[in-house]
Design a protein around this ligand. Structure first.
Ligand code: UDP
Length: 356
């Protein structure tokens, strides 16, 4: 079977790295990189570090609004799909690249398989939520991270086949976290000690594109009572520089600004932090796996299981709520919510069984 994998941004490189190896053991994979994330530290470093084979096609479509980016991706993907003639188009997560890949595949009459199907924050103002819903309804095979995701899909009456395979990001995290736990060099680089600092990431449009929200985000980070390592996503870095708010962070002794980090370095900080403050989807899940309490800088999350089990708290940008969350003790129990680290194998088995 010929599988066209359409990917374009950081979390998708992590997820595709998990699936690519078992997939290539039995099928032919063609990787199309849309170019949504093009900086080396958001893209090339993940291919190198996680052993993801180099893309066969690079579409170089970045920048612009969600609509214009998705439209250009669709127009560029159409002839690529016609030339490759895949048996399946495989997409991951919830970005413009996911939507364009799924729609271009479905419109070409090629079955689409969606990894991380059925996740819902139930907040349609998030561009990612709109993408998730649309992609799931265009897909023939819906590969879910959890039972809750499968329930969401059944409730929505999707027409594709639903399979709970577990979460492929967990496969990668379970492989890398023991190695990360044993390292501490990166902690010295940022002058922080195990259990005594917070790791923070923020790049959602809702937090960084709107100047008053960005300012609230900065105030929240300035109010954290422990050292904060803050690897800046390029979008956030740019917004902070344009607004001048970056100087407030640079002047704060407890804030350690960093460039976007490689996966192993980032995971090392995640495993050793007292808490993670984030608006990322993937990081919420990885924090749960690492046993690091998560404070989510959003009003909603699609990773609802982490909330129910007490490892994650939604604080949006409320400083008092963030401080209260930091004071909370971590729960004693941590169940395997998103599979056992073998989701990629199951995803490939499902592809072979249902679409092969
Ligand atoms: N990540 C990384 N370096 C960083 C920040 C994040 O390697 O400086 C990894 C993180 O471990 C996770 C993924 O990037 O696997 C999450 O990406 P992002 O937050 O961009 O995407 P989201 O999950 O929010 O869609």
């Amino acid at each position: 079977m010929k599988v066209l994998t359409a990917i374009g941004n950081r979390p998708q490189f992590v997820k595709a790295a998990a699936v690519s190896r078992p997939l290539r053991a039995v099928h032919k994979e063609i990787i199309v990189h849309t170019g949504q994330h093009f900086d080396d530290d958001l893209s090339a470093v993940f291919f190198a570090e996680l052993g993801l084979p180099a893309p066969d096609w690079e579409l170089e479509i970045a920048l612009g609004s969600n609509t214009s980016q998705t439209a250009r991706m669709l127009a560029t993907l159409e002839p690529v799909i016609a030339e490759v003639e895949p048996d399946v188009v495989l997409v991951y997560g919830d970005t413009n690249s996911t939507l364009a890949g799924a729609l271009a595949g479905a419109q070409a009459g090629v079955p689409v398989a969606h990894v991380e199907a059925g996740m819902r924050s139930f907040d349609r103002t998030m561009p990612e939520e709109l993408n998730r819903v649309l992609v799931d309804h265009a897909s023939s095979l819906l590969l879910c991270s959890s039972q809750a995701a499968a329930v969401n899909l059944r409730r929505e009456g999707v027409t594709g086949l639903i399979e709970v395979v577990g979460d492929v990001m967990v496969d990668v995290a379970m492989m890398v976290q023991p190695r990360a736990r044993a390292r501490t060099e990166v902690l010295d680089d940022y002058d922080v000690r195990t259990g005594e600092f917070a790791l923070a990431t923020a790049h959602r449009a809702g937090n960084v594109d709107d100047p008053p929200r960005l300012s609230e985000l900065v105030e929240l980070l300035l109010a954290v009572p422990v050292p904060v390592v803050l690897p800046l996503h390029p979008r956030t870095g740019e917004r902070l520089r344009v607004s001048g708010l970056i100087e407030r962070l640079q002047r704060a002794d407890h804030v350690r600004l960093a460039p976007p980090l490689g996966y192993l370095e980032f995971t090392t900080l995640l495993c050793h932090a007292r808490a993670v403050l984030t608006d990322s989807g993937g990081v919420q899940k990885e924090a749960y796996l690492a046993g690091t309490p998560c404070i989510t800088l959003r009003p909603s999350t699609e990773w609802t299981e982490t909330l129910e089990h007490g490892w994650n708290v939604l604080v949006d940008l409320d400083r008092a709520a963030m401080l209260a969350a930091l004071r909370r003790r971590a729960p004693l129990e941590r169940r395997p919510l998103y599979g056992d680290g073998r989701a990629a194998e199951r995803a490939v088995a499902a592809l072979t069984l249902h679409l092969g």
